[in-house]
Structures are given as C-alpha cells and as structure tokens.
Design a protein around this ligand. Sequence first.
Ligand code: BG6
Length: 279
Amino acid sequence: STAQGAVDRVVLMHPSGTRCEVRTLGATVTSWVLGGKERLFVSDKAITDGSRPIRGGIPLVFPQFGTGPLMPGQHGFARKLRWEYTGIKKDDESEIMVGFDLRDSDATRASGWSYSFRLSYLVTLTTNSLGTHLAVTNTDKVAFPFTALLHTYFATADIGHVAIDNLTGLNYTDKLLKNHVFYEDRPQVSFDQEVDRIYHGTPETLILHVNPDETMQLKSFGFEDTVVWNPWTDKAKDMVDFGDSEYKSMFCVESGSVHEAVKLPPSQTWEAGQLLELV
Ligand code: BG6
C-alpha cells in the first residue's frame, strides 16, 4: 500500500507552457496556468494540511452534495481524504494525463455512506484545456445511491464583469429561497449578490465570460446539473478559510449530478467529466 503522504501533489507541465497542479488531498486540482495566468481561484486562506477540504481549485464532491440525506456532513468525504496517485496515463505532444484513485476504507465506511466503491479520476492537460473525468465503480453487492460534482472555482479580475450564457430557460433550485424552484429567464446569469442555485438539466456547453476579454467554454458530459455559487459579503465573513473580499475575485460553476441521486447497480461504472477550454 502507498504510504500516507508519499505523494503530496502532482504537477503537469505541457511543452506549450501550460501547467496544472493536483493535490492528492481530495484529488483537488489547485492550479491551472494558461497564457501565463492562473485560471482557478484558491483562497489565500485555504488550508491544505488535510484538516478541512481545500477552499478553491476543483474539489470533488462525492457521495453527497450538500447536507443529507445520503450521509451526514457537507459535500461528502472525497474532498477530505487523500487519494492514491496512480501515475501517468498518457504523455505525448497533445496531452498529459494522470490518474488518482479512492477506494472504500475504514473512514468512508464509518461516514454513514458505507458501501464498497472505487473512484478513478483522470486529469488531462493540453495546450489550451483542462479535462477532469470521474468514474464511479460499484464494488459492493448491492446498488448504491450517490450525488457527485466538480466544485470548480474560477478566478476573475472582477466579479462584476462575469456572465454565464446558456442557462436561459432552465429551472433552478434556489438554495437561498428554501429550495424553491424558479425559471431562469435572464439571457445571462451574473452576480450582484449571494448566489446558490442548482440549474437542472444543463446543456453540454456553457460559456463563461470570465473577464471582459476572456471567455471560457465549459463542456460537460454525464452530469445532469450545474450549481452556480458566490458567497458574497456576509457568507464570505462566515468562512474561516476565505478572505472577506475574495468573493470579488471568484465564482463557482459546478458540473454535477445532484438534483436527483444516481443509483448504481453492483459491478457497474458511472462516468462523467468536464473540459475547460479558453476560447
Ligand atoms: C456550493 C453549495 O456547492 O458549495 C453551497 O451549493 C455551499 O451551498 C458551497 O455554501 C461551499 O460549500 P463548503 O462546504 O465548501 O463551504
């Protein structure tokens, strides 16, 4: 077995100059540098010693988005545990791919979600994209339910300029309004207050206007929903691992299957992922 802490982080470097970093803690992607700029937000107050999940990058939520009903606590155990680095899966001119695994352990069995499983996560870096792919395998004798999500924190120079296309016409659950469901009729989703919404049945491609001159394409597959989140002023003050003003320089767009739990039969594998690309 791999000694705990044997690999703390893996850095991928592409000949084009792009790079990304993945921590084995939570298999959290904590950096993606493209065109000389950091594209993911990580809080200056992020704690990376494993005492809590990392505040920023791409934490992986499994097997429970939010709190209950599948297990106690918030956002599951996957983002809090150390994953096994399984090595380089591909390394050629076009892309570099590395893998991470998480299996059931004493910690996961004691969590309240007690099934046997294997998670395999692949992180792929190319000249202009970052891919993250999750496979969930049921190694138990019974079917199990789960929700899963890639909690991506995007960096922006100014939250006031951020806009998201392609969410128009969808229903969303507003977590700030007693989980009531509303219809999105705005042509673009933007931020001028706290936002915490689950958009249902999102399209394959979302367009994120990250900065006035920078557009990111978020392609997802296998995920049903998209969570949009910004804590804004009051929530920011409540979080010990987040600066009071940092809400101005980040926003989360999170690909997931969270509105309804996935039910995975024994021996089956469920797969989903996303591809971020600067366009
Ligand atoms: C979002 C949730 O995905 O994550 C929010 O919709 C939550 O409700 C946010 O506040 C951050 O969660 P945490 O556990 O990382 O503070």
